[in-house]
Design a binder for this molecule. Sequence first.
Ligand SMILES: *[C@@H]1O[C@H](CO)[C@@H](O)[C@H](O)[C@H]1NC(C)=O
Ligand SMILES: *[C@@H]1O[C@H](CO)[C@@H](O)[C@H](O)[C@H]1NC(C)=O
Ligand SMILES: *[C@@H]1O[C@H](CO)[C@@H](O)[C@H](O)[C@H]1NC(C)=O
Ligand SMILES: *[C@@H]1O[C@H](CO)[C@@H](O)[C@H](O)[C@H]1NC(C)=O
Ligand SMILES: *[C@@H]1O[C@H](CO)[C@@H](O)[C@H](O)[C@H]1NC(C)=O
Ligand SMILES: *[C@@H]1O[C@H](CO)[C@@H](O)[C@H](O)[C@H]1NC(C)=O
Ligand SMILES: *[C@@H]1O[C@H](CO)[C@@H](O)[C@H](O)[C@H]1NC(C)=O
Ligand SMILES: *[C@@H]1O[C@H](CO)[C@@H](O)[C@H](O)[C@H]1NC(C)=O
Ligand SMILES: CC(=O)N[C@H]1CO[C@H](CO)[C@@H](O)[C@@H]1O
Length: 898
Amino acid sequence: MANFVNLLLLGIFMSANAASAAAPGCEVGDVDSMRFDCHPEANPNESDCVSRGCCWRAATERNANYTKHSGERLRGIPYCFYPSTFGYKISNVKQDDSGWSADLSLASNGGPYGADVKQLRIVVYFEDEDRLHFKIFDPANSRYEVPIPVPAPPAGKIPQVNYIVKYSEYPFGLQVIRATDHTTIFNSSVGGMIFEDQFLQISSLLPSSNLYGLGEHVAPMLLDLDYQTISLMARDRGTPHSENLNLYGVHPFYLNVEKSGHANGVLFLNSNPMDIALQPTPAITYRSIGGIMDFYVFMGSSPNEVVQQYLEVVGLPYMPPYWSLGFHLCRWGYDNATHTAQVVNDMRKMGIPQDVQWNDIDYMDRHLDFTYDKTRYSSLPDLVDDLHKHGQRYVMITDPGISSTQSAGSYLPFDDGLKMDVFLKNSSNQPIIGRVWPGETAFPDFSHPNAIEYWTKQVKAFHAEVPFDGLWIDMNEVSNFVVGSVQGCPNNSLENPPYKPGLGGDHMSTKTLCMSAKNYNTTQYNMHSLYGYFEAVASMSALKTVLKERSIVISRSTYPNSGAHGGHWLGDNNSNWPDLYLSIPGVLLFNMFGIPLVGADICGFGGSTTPELCTRWMQVGAFYPFSRNHNSIGSPPQEPSHFSPEYADGMRKALLIRYSLLPSLYTLFWQAHAQGATVARPLFFEFPKDPATLSIDKQFLWGAFLLISPVVDADETSVKAYFPADRWYDFYTGAGFDSKGESRTLTAELDAINLHLRGGYVTIKQDAGLTTTASRMNNFSLTVALSATNEAQGVLYLDDGVTLDSYETGQYSYITYQVNNGTLVSANNQHSVYTPTGGKYVQRVLVLGVDSPPKGVMLNKVPLSDSDYHYEASTKVMVVDLSSHNVLINSMYTIAWL
Ligand SMILES: *[C@@H]1O[C@H](CO)[C@@H](O)[C@H](O)[C@H]1NC(C)=O
Ligand SMILES: *[C@@H]1O[C@H](CO)[C@@H](O)[C@H](O)[C@H]1NC(C)=O
Ligand SMILES: *[C@@H]1O[C@H](CO)[C@@H](O)[C@H](O)[C@H]1NC(C)=O
Ligand SMILES: *[C@@H]1O[C@H](CO)[C@@H](O)[C@H](O)[C@H]1NC(C)=O
Ligand SMILES: *[C@@H]1O[C@H](CO)[C@@H](O)[C@H](O)[C@H]1NC(C)=O
Ligand SMILES: *[C@@H]1O[C@H](CO)[C@@H](O)[C@H](O)[C@H]1NC(C)=O
Ligand SMILES: *[C@@H]1O[C@H](CO)[C@@H](O)[C@H](O)[C@H]1NC(C)=O
Ligand SMILES: *[C@@H]1O[C@H](CO)[C@@H](O)[C@H](O)[C@H]1NC(C)=O
Ligand SMILES: CC(=O)N[C@H]1CO[C@H](CO)[C@@H](O)[C@@H]1O
């Protein structure tokens, strides 16, 4: 008997061993980089691995260099990996006009996280010339799908597509190949595809390891593929000191740049908490705990085109009001309205530009939304009135948590919410109660059909008391000071899913509501990461109804399509140099995500800034698309007006440059809104074939024309800047040089930020005032930066800056500039309806890179007098003074020089 038991054990041992070493399909693991992790949880072991139908083998050179990752997960070449025989088999492939569909049947054992959906369906839509869309789902049971608006699949056939789609039969994998250069963009014939109720997994080979996106996280711009796992789930998490931790927003979109310089992109349209594992193969693995597999693949082939194609799916950015491009000032810890007003007055006295004053939660009565403290902030309406009289604006914070403990009849936001049934509910179908600033609160379900009406009512009532100009929506991950709710959470599979994404070791409901809390249609398990998105939709809708003009919603939590409803700030950073640097990749990422109105808290939120740090940060922050200085309670003041002239001068100078460039910046926002362009742009977007640009995230561009090279370290008096091969001009002197693609060391005094104009572009400026209202009264000037072939081009979009849908309703002017052979042509023949009511004339034209002194200059073929122009031989700059000629900015004219 004893022998028999021993034999049996030996038999089991041997068969397990055989499965791991010689099982069919395990030879895929002979190449370390082709191993896809079958046991991402902590502490894998052989028997557990083999019972999953996977292969177990010690990696050839494993782990000496890898450490434990967040949440106790292992990093490195996996011991436990999928055999090449794991997965589904395809059958019944049917072509139709706009793609094909097929059945997928499970043909091996499935995953370890619950029952597998054995019969799946795949539908492949050839949606657009450069966009492929496919879905893999359970045909027998409808499952949650992300409720953001996306284009409907085409009704008929797309005449010509720039891709070829193939598949492998078993195990099933999909390949998407760009037709023009035969690059495989997506290839899921690797790893282990799994489809279970609470676990979806699919892997794909990447064409190159130049990978960007997958936010929101804090990290350098170029992602690290050395066995890194990025978790996505909206979370209120201040200043994580570890990269890749899940943060406020969720953007499962990446952009990839191939060796050729061509780019591609992929969106995984899924909103459940997920892990995204990257490995150096290069390859990507998505592990989501719900929804369906819904993918969009974008062929590019330039980075700009990838973003454009992505935004055609998730929605173009909205058009912000002109004033929102001015400078914003805020802090938590203004004790009263007088204190807030004092800051505004100090800024005016110091002659430092400011458009918008903000308040954090200090203004509220006991932290109740839609109230203000009638003692400390009794003069708030007067402050707002004074701002408006000075052509300035006011924005204050609003949190989603609505106090549930006020006596009935005393607090309408709660009473109305009950009446209109808009709160998220718990398992006994009552409003789920958490705890935030005002104490116990209920949380509006902004996806509820009544939510917009409910929220608009509150916004309108408060606006009647305090006529604010925009909404700052914080804490909308949604943040909660207790885990789940004040009653805790039930114990069920939504609260404790069989696979738990890394989440930095957090529980699912850490700092948020229970996963089983109920939205109108579904649960927080599915909709959690869309909370801030739906709040932004409701907030922007309310502002349109109440203000009847363009406004801003600045949201902490975002999801694809958020950019169509407002902007974002990067959250609670700290006053230190690393955070100053990391703000640049943060800003660049959100431009790729279609939320160009973005910036970090200038000078840092937490901690104490120093005058030097704050000066450098104000200089780079003057070039954030959304430029706001914000500070935490208890930290020393960091308003620009607070500093001595040694520092304040450098801050003022940077802001005045921003204000002078606002016509060009506003035009960039219009290009984002109308065409899906980025505003702040990484260098590789313009120079993707130059490998040196692929990792540059300490410099960035505005559009194609302005290179910004800030100081991001302490005690620097110079900065090393890279110049891709092109003609560049010093912004201050206009002197130019031709770069072959080289780094240069530039002087960087404390009072100035290095800026360069790119040859080939026309920049439109307006003399800076101390508010955008004042700036708009000033006249325009053009700076023509000639290319090496003496050409340049530019565009200008003009409207009144506030009317809703100015572009859509045609109330704008659009001017193009063409320069070649010594002639500038300003043409308004595309559209010229709007004429500025303030500053409207072109005062000056600067031409940079004019090789020899002009013999004459003509305006509309009529020679100008010698006193109307001059030439600076040392810098090769020609200045044409048009001030006595009344040249309207939106008129047709030519300027020629010989
Ligand atoms: C292997 O891992 C599983 C799951 O963690 C555990 O239950 C089992 O005891 C482990 N076996 C050994 C031999 O360590
Ligand atoms: C481990 O790290 C050391 C030092 O960085 C390096 O020399 C070595 O090549 C690495 N080994 C592997 C297997 O990556
Ligand atoms: C996709 O990947 C598989 C597995 O590595 C490989 O055999 C196949 O050639 C790839 N297909 C394409 C089109 O790249
Ligand atoms: C307002 O706050 C400032 C700054 O803390 C303080 O000095 C001042 O006394 C306060 N004024 C009133 C009226 O409370
Ligand atoms: C649901 O919330 C209500 C408060 O709105 C609370 O009284 C009740 O106990 C909660 N139910 C559960 C199951 O937590
Ligand atoms: C809720 O479900 C209805 C009916 O299926 C659908 O029309 C609506 O778009 C859904 N709303 C959200 C926010 O998911
Ligand atoms: C939750 O339920 C599971 C399964 O019923 C049980 O194993 C676990 O101990 C429970 N957890 C708690 C905290 O009650
Ligand atoms: C360039 O301008 C000169 C002087 O106006 C003119 O003679 C010449 O024909 C122009 N060349 C072209 C290619 O337009
Ligand atoms: C939570 C967090 O770290 N937020 C921001 C603070 O620091 C950097 C730089 O400003 C940002 O990129 C982070 O997103």
